[in-house]
Design a protein around this ligand. Structure first.
Ligand code: TMP
Length: 207
């Protein structure tokens, strides 16, 4: 495998969508061949699973079912999209990946790390992101921004404390692996956030 795997993470309302497009442009300008994708989703099966996970048809789904569905979607995504793209020397830019599972199912739902690690090893083998940008804002700001969008999905309906645990788990993971996981202060103006992203990507391209 010789491409590069970049993931973007953060709680709701951090501005992932706008900033992913910015990152795509930076990488294209650097001559990279990009595949943009997302989790849960990115494949036909994965998008169906996403609907099950985010919609309200299965409100109250067990946390085991939720965790396993995340990894089922991920297995298909890796098989059909991520690994073939990396094998073809492409750069995969993915909106969320397994850090989100540690943050939401681990931190948010209270899952122990061990079962998540077991599934991670089973589904991904050795594959891990080469770099992850964690867009970070306070839960207050994130939820306020997210609330201005469409109807809340099954995760967006969670309480403030849930997102506080999610955010803290993300920050702990970044602290434990600062070379891979770069924290971007997304509470700043868009221009400032994009300046931080540009520095992180430029540094990475020079590694
Ligand atoms: P988004 O990608 O549109 O922000 O929404 C996806 C939602 O799914 C978001 O609330 C986070 C959640 N999620 C998990 O709980 N675990 C995961 O592993 C992933 C990839 C996403």
């Amino acid at each position: 495998m010789s491409g590069c795997f970049i993931t973007i993470e953060g709680i709701e309302g951090v501005g992932k969508t706008t900033n992913i497009e910015f990152i795509e442009k930076l990488l294209e300008d650097a001559g990279k061949d990009i595949v943009m994708t997302r989790e849960p989703g990115g494949t036909s099966l994965g998008e169906d699973v996403r609907e099950l996970l985010l919609g309200h048809k299965h409100d109250g789904m067990s946390r085991d079912a939720e965790l396993l569905l995340m990894f089922a979607a991920r297995a298909e995504h890796l098989d059909k999209v991520v690994k073939p793209a990396l094998d073809a020397n492409k750069w995969v830019l993915c909106d969320r990946f397994t850090d989100a599972t540690y943050a939401y199912q681990g931190g948010g739902r209270g899952f122990d790390t061990i079962p998540i690690e077991t599934l991670e090893n089973l589904v991904q083998g050795e594959l891990r992101p080469d770099i992850t940008l964690l867009l970070d804002v306070s839960v207050e700001i994130g939820l306020e921004r997210a609330g201005k969008r469409s109807e809340p999905d099954r995760f967006e309906k969670e309480k403030h404390e849930f997102f506080e645990r999610v955010r803290q788990t993300y920050l702990q993971r970044a602290k434990a692996d600062p070379t891979r996981m770069i924290v971007i202060d997304a509470s700043k103006s868009l221009a400032d956030v994009q300046a931080q992203i540009q520095i992180a990507i430029t540094d990475f391209l020079q590694r």
